[in-house]
Write a protein that binds this ligand. Structure first.
Ligand SMILES: [Zn+2]
Ligand SMILES: [Zn+2]
Length: 386
């Protein structure tokens, strides 16, 4: 990468880092993206899914339509990093690396524009709002960004791997995420007269324990799933038996069938416990994101691109690269073949060790030019030559 290109890449990332914006509020970010894409020769559409930007560029010959995606949103976190480009917006921080994704995306978009005489097909560069729980990907799908798309590629800078290492795995790559809410209704009463009550704390406790059997006894040992109870609220006084309890939690899975089956299993466990103890229940479930599942042929294209860019010894394809974290790029991959991959950004010497969503999160910036190289090469492989 030339010094000028690297300088622009890092400056862009730091500028975005200083000015983080929450989901569907990425106005400044979107304006920067739209201006740079227009200047590079893209046909630009703004206001897609509120603050999203889509740039389209045709190559020199026939070929597929390739969607490339960068997410733009920050998180409601107060930054604790000491570097001189820390957030200037109180309570908002790029704590997942989406600032890097936008900077990388613009660099790749500009490279593809400079080389448009050498590749065929069409690039649709999607800068997406609200990845962090806002459903931005699905909104963009509903507004037609996948129309005519043959393949999709995206990446995440990743603190789970050393800076500059690339991780790409065919098949399931990141898990689905769903949220459940269980309300339990017993019969409250005096803490000294339990025989006259149905204790919602006891019912809730039995539910928490019984839910552990789903992953250990219903899910195949060869599959991966998580059922975690995150909150358990009940009672208001030490000498009163609680009338109601409310539990919420998260469900993760790699498999589309498991995603559909897990909420049914959870409800069956809750119903069984309540029936045994004489309590009533309410059950709600929201599927937040589908699993992110990579197409084998496109994962292979990314692997080859990564080997060219960084050498085979810095490309990981083992299953440990995968994570039960979720990512709404899965919405695209549910509908078109594609590949999502990680570019390691961990660097102990530079203090880039804190996990995603930590107030001290930072990325090793050496990962950014690597990500640009790999994504551009992967895109060129998919688009084909003239
Ligand atoms: Zn995140
Ligand atoms: Zn993220």
């Amino acid at each position: 990468m030339s010094t000028a290109e690297l300088d622009l890449l890092i400056r862009t990332r730091r500028d975005l880092h200083r000015h983080p914006e929450l989901g569907f509020q990425e106005h400044r970010t979107a304006a920067i993206v739209a201006e740079r894409l227009r200047a590079a020769g893209y046909e630009v559409k703004t206001g897609v899914a509120e603050t999203g930007v889509v740039g389209t560029l045709r190559g020199a010959g026939a070929g597929p339509t390739l969607l490339l995606r960068a997410d733009m949103d920050a998180l409601p976190i107060e930054e604790e990093c000491a570097h001189d480009f820390a957030s200037t917006h109180a309570g908002v921080m790029h704590a997942c690396g989406h600032d890097a994704h936008v900077a990388i995306g613009l660099a790749v978009a500009e490279r593809l524009a400079r080389t448009r005489g050498e590749w065929g097909g069409t690039v649709r560069y999607v800068f997406q709002p609200a990845e962090e729980g806002g459903g931005g990907a699905l909104r963009m799908v509903e507004e037609g960004v996948l129309d005519g798309v043959d393949a999709a590629l995206g990446l995440h800078v990743w603190l789970g791997m050393e800076s500059g290492v690339v991780g790409v795995v065919p098949g399931p790559f990141m898990a689905s995420a769903g949220t459940f809410e269980i309300t339990l209704r017993g019969r409250g009463g005096h803490g000294a007269l339990p025989h006259e009550t149905i204790d919602a704390v006891l019912v809730g406790s039995q539910v928490v324990v019984a839910l552990q059997s789903i992953v250990s006894r219903n899910v195949s040992p060869l599959e991966s799933a998580v059922v975690s109870v995150g909150t358990f609220r009940a009672g208001g006084a030490q000498n009163v038996i609680a009338d109601t309890a409310r539990l919420t939690g998260t469900v993760r899975a790699f498999d589309v069938d498991a995603c559909a089956e897990l909420p049914r299993r959870i409800e069956r466990v809750v119903a069984g416990v309540c029936s045994a103890l004489g309590a009533e229940y309410g059950f709600g479930y929201v599927q937040d994101t589908p699993p992110t599942i990579n197409d084998p042929a496109l994962a292979e294209a990314v692997r080859l691109a990564a080997e060219e860019a960084v050498g085979a010894e810095r490309v990981r394809t083992d299953p440990d690269v995968r994570t039960m974290a979720s990512e709404d790029f899965g919405e695209f991959l549910l509908r078109v073949p594609g590949c999502y991959f990680f570019v390691g950004a961990r660097n102990e010497a530079r203090g880039a060790v804190h996990p995603h969503h930590s107030p001290r999160f930072d990325v090793c910036e050496d990962a950014l030019p690597v990500a640009v190289d790999v994504l551009e090469r992967a895109a060129r492989r998919v688009l084909g030559g003239r």
